[in-house]
Design a protein around this ligand. Structure first.
Ligand code: NIG
Ligand code: FE
Length: 410
């Protein structure tokens, strides 16, 4: 079955020689074709080019006159499976409490953990499913989802099973991450190593035995897990074939970035506290620095030095971090706008950060993240818009009109 998208005003982020990621100066470059066509066969991109070069017959045609086509966003960091919301803490933050202070009082992640422990698998599934549908409408085509609100082996496996069901039933490409070490349960306060033992001896082996996780994550930061704790858990993950993707340097220069690089993590995420030593550690590594603008915005934090990182030659990815505590939105169009407004990224740099580089950060850039022959036909057709720069510019409005995932119109 051949589907033709014709008369595309501009086909954005095409790659004739696909790369797995872009770094440094390359980030400021995207290729586009004006007045273009895109041909899909089954679930893959078969061809693309200027409209004048199209000849042939397709089984089905979509006229995109006046509208643009972008590859779907890849959202490489979310906590999309959760129960309830946390607007009370949001108000506490407005009144002046910090994220760490809320966590110390048993709020924050532990608050969500209690609600996840009480929720049924079905409830968690239904809520997450609804969020996935919203994400599709905003243009995402792939999403990484973490556990992390379980805090017990049983509840963590429950979350991972929910993610497995979502994988089976959603048109989105989903990767799952075991985040056993997201917070320290009250009963383990003062004996954190015992909780790390639980992650190492129970959670990781069980998740691996049931094939429930693609990656392993740790919140390696001040007031949460130390570098030594993280080393132990990532070593255990490696033993079971789970590559690391960690939370690091959101709250302090915690050593988390260097730790991620030592373990050849696929990504290390947040990075508000990134200095020269951290940049040096990342250079030449396979670890994708991933910034989460939604969390920095929502928590009103310092911003990761994205320009400095790119100037040094690093690639940068961006993701939504969708979660009830620090970023209750999975709208990647908003992340694109924040990339430009808050981090002074050029639209081209921002587009690379939320497509190709975020695809790399979740291990799917060989098949997603750009318009390239042989890649999965995941893309969206915009509403009539004047230019690709309009995408980050017009923040707050949904510019996505028609979504295609796996070659099918959704
Ligand atoms: O990525 N920083 C740690 N974890 C999440 C927040 C989770 C929560 O507050 O519920 C994050 O921002
Ligand atoms: Fe997170």
């Amino acid at each position: 079955m051949l589907t033709l998208i014709k008369n595309i005003k501009e086909l954005v982020q095409v790659e004739r020689q696909p790369k797995l990621r872009v770094m440094g100066r390359e980030m400021a470059h995207i290729e586009t074709i004006k007045d273009a066509y895109l041909l899909i066969e089954g679930d893959k991109i078969k061809a693309f080019g200027p409209m004048t070069e199209w000849s042939g017959n397709a089984d089905c045609e979509v006229d995109a006159a006046g509208r643009m086509v972008f590859p779907s966003f890849c959202d490489s960091h979310t906590h999309l499976v959760y129960a309830g919301s946390r607007e009370i803490e949001y108000c506490d933050k407005i009144r002046g409490l910090s994220y760490e202070e809320i966590a110390k009082r048993g709020g924050g992640i532990l608050n969500s953990a209690k609600r996840v422990q009480e929720a049924s698998e079905q409830e968690l599934y239904d809520d997450a499913q609804m969020r996935l549908e919203q994400m599709i409408g905003f243009g995402s085509g792939a999403v990484e989802i973490k556990s992390g609100y379980g805090m017990t082996t049983e509840a963590e496996m429950k979350m991972l099973r929910v993610i497995r069901r979502l994988k089976e039933n959603s048109p989105l490409t989903i990767k799952s991450t075991l985040l056993g070490a997201h917070g320290i349960p009250m009963e383990y306060r003062g004996r954190q190593e015992a909780f790390v033992d639980l992650v190492v001896n129970e959670m990781i082996p069980q998740a691996a035995a049931e094939g429930l996780a693609d990656f392993v994550d740790v919140f390696c930061d001040q007031g949460f897990f130390t570098v030594e704790d993280t080393d132990r858990m990532l070593d255990a993950g490696e033993k079971y074939g789970l590559r690391a993707k960690i939370h690091a340097n959101e709250l302090a220069y915690s050593g988390g970035i260097q730790c991620a690089v030592r373990h050849n993590a696929l990504s290390c995420d947040h990075l508000e506290y990134t200095g020269d030593d951290e940049i040096k550690a990342l250079l030449g590594s396979e670890t994708m620095p991933t910034v989460l603008p939604g969390a920095a915005f929502f928590l009103n934090m310092v911003h990761a030095p994205v320009r400095k990182m790119m100037d040094a030659g690093l690639g940068v990815a961006m993701a939504s971090d969708c979660n009830p505590g620090s970023s209750p939105s999975a709208n990647m169009q908003l992340i694109l706008s924040m990339a430009c407004i808050n981090y002074r990224m050029l639209p081209e740099e921002a587009i690379n950060a939320v497509t190709l580089n975020s695809a790399y950060a979740m291990g799917v850039s060989g098949e997603m993240g750009s318009i390239a022959v042989g890649k999965r036909a995941n893309f969206y057709i915009t509403k009539p818009i004047p230019s690709y720069e309009y995408m980050p510019y017009a923040y707050g409005e949904n510019k996505v009109d028609i979504v295609f995932l796996n070659g099918k119109r959704i």
